[in-house]
Design a protein around this ligand. Structure first.
Ligand SMILES: [Mg+2]
Length: 388
């Protein structure tokens, strides 16, 4: 009995911790080579926001989000800092980081569609709780279900078939067996690229295509039909985010499965995809979908709908990569091979932690340290931050 009382007392001590400040650190993290998808110019940097949730017990939780502008989001670092400092921090000061559900529910109620900002804050709360308990986040999410998770490589758009094959060869040699081909600018080029990749690797790779919402209905139907002979595993977000009816129609007409990405921002958006059978799977991303707190809910919905769960992410540092790894490491059911490690698999030129996550033969080991399992490199932060 005494033992139980002691355990209860020590649990009460630990949860008595209070949040003292929420700090925002805006960074420009450079790509190794400017990153090109179908829409917009090639990006030289990822605009990254690191959030630190400070506590009165000296433990600091860390989370990452990005200001990723494209269809479905108009995020800026300045806007995110405004949301977090002026609207979120006042609601969080003095509360326990263990109150993740209550805090996140409150933030979501107070600022609709603020998932990009909530992502870093919520993940920092999970990181703080894990560090306070001395356990990895996967333990808080229900325990470990796997030691590692296979990831896909993303082929940035290149000028020529030769340079595309060169980067595909590199990924293949490193152990990747899932390649994502960006499409949607020139259909002849898309067909040439898919044919060349299939010829090069035969059935040793799974090939996915991603149009990043760039095609209209007729072009998508034409291009994806022509791509069918190349055994496309899935076609990601062919249409504009508002054209869910078009996606549902395409899904009926094509043999290849469709994946929803940009059009899934909230649980309500996913409800519509499910109801209209507009995709066979959906990709979640830390920033787009609001971090661990919101993404787990989407995964449960996808699982209930019999849809594939694709653990994705924007190109991110090891911090947000760890967030997805912790979710994967505690997820009991099947997962598709996602692109959540694209940032740390060669796309980004810099990382910001002392213990970077590295793929091993195309697989990401689930971090075992407390919290997200990463330790910030303060020198790297100072070098990349843009507000000093
Ligand atoms: Mg995508």
């Amino acid at each position: 009995m005494n033992d139980m009382n002691e355990i209860a007392a020590s649990a009460a001590d630990r949860t008595a911790v209070r949040i003292t400040a929420v700090e925002c650190i805006p960074l420009n993290v450079p790509f190794k080579v400017p990153f090109k998808i179908s829409t917009g110019a090639a990006r030289p940097v990822v605009e990254t926001l690191i959030v630190k949730v400070h506590t009165d017990q000296g433990v600091t939780g860390v989370g990452e989000t990005q200001a990723w502008r494209r269809q479905g989001s108009a995020e800026t670092l300045e806007g995110q800092i405004n949301v977090i400092k002026n609207h979120f921090e006042p609601q969080m000061i003095g509360r326990s980081p263990f109150d993740v559900n209550a805090i996140m529910h409150g933030l979501n109620e107070s600022m609709y569609h603020s998932h990009y900002s909530q992502a870093a804050v919520g993940d920092a709360l999970y990181d703080a709780v894990g560090k306070l308990l001395g356990v990895p986040v996967y333990q808080i999410l229900g325990g470990k279900t796997r030691d590692k998770v296979r990831v896909a490589a993303v082929l940035s758009m290149k000028g020529t078939v030769e340079s595309l094959l060169e980067s595909a060869d590199e990924f293949f040699e490193q152990g990747f067996r899932h390649l994502v081909l960006k499409i949607g600018v020139d259909p002849r080029e898309d067909l040439r690229n898919a044919e060349a990749l299939r010829k090069r690797f035969g059935d040793e790779i799974a090939l996915r295509v991603d149009a990043n919402a760039a095609l209209d209905y007729d072009d998508a139907l034409s291009l994806l039909t022509k791509l069918e002979p190349f055994d496309i595993e899935t076609a990601e977000q062919p249409l504009n985010i508002w054209n869910v009816d078009g996606m549902a129609d395409l899904a009926q007409k094509l043999r290849m499965p469709l994946m929803a990405d940009e059009c899934v921002a909230t649980d309500h958006a996913l409800m519509e995809i499910i109801a209209k059978r507009a995709a066979s799977s959906a990709q979640t991303k830390v920033a787009k979908n609001g971090g661990i707190y919101h993404i787990r809910r989407l995964w449960h919905m996808l699982s209930a709908a019999g849809m594939g769960i694709n653990p994705g992410n924007h190109p991110a540092t090891s911090v947000a990569t760890a967030s997805v790894a912790q979710m994967c490491g505690s997820w009991p059911g099947p997962l598709m091979t996602g692109v959540f490690a694209v940032g740390i698999s060669g796309a980004l030129a810099e990382d910001i932690v002392e213990n970077p996550i590295r793929h091993e033969n195309g697989e990401i080991p689930i971090p075992d340290g407390p919290g997200l399992g990463i330790t910030l490199d303060e020198d790297a932060l100072q070098k990349l931050r843009i507000d000093t």
